[in-house]
Design a protein. Structure first.
Length: 94
């Protein structure tokens, strides 16, 4: 997987985990939805300033955003390592 593909995949995963639409994120970043869609689809590259803005918006480092695969499991691991509290309800049947 190329760096551009990794970035696009991470961006898509972060947006989906946040429950936002492309339009909502684009509005928050002050870009057109088409530009943001291009980032997610790997057909456009954001400027350095936009990379920093995107990383800040999602609470990720540039290194993580560009290099690591971001999945729900890695996001939960990050929350655990950072000491964030996460409430999970467990229901037992029996």
């Amino acid at each position: 997987m190329t760096a551009r593909e990794r970035f696009a995949q991470n961006l898509r995963n972060l947006r989906k985990h946040s429950g936002k639409t492309q339009q909502e994120v684009a509005d928050m970043l002050c870009v057109k939805r088409g530009s943001y869609s291009g980032y997610e689809n790997g057909v456009a590259e954001p400027s350095y300033e936009m990379l920093v803005t995107i990383a800040s918006y999602y609470g990720q480092s540039l290194d993580t955003l560009l290099k690591r695969e971001i999945t729900l499991a890695s996001k939960l691991d990050y929350l655990y390592q950072s000491g964030s509290r996460l409430m999970i309800g467990i229901r037992t049947y029996g």
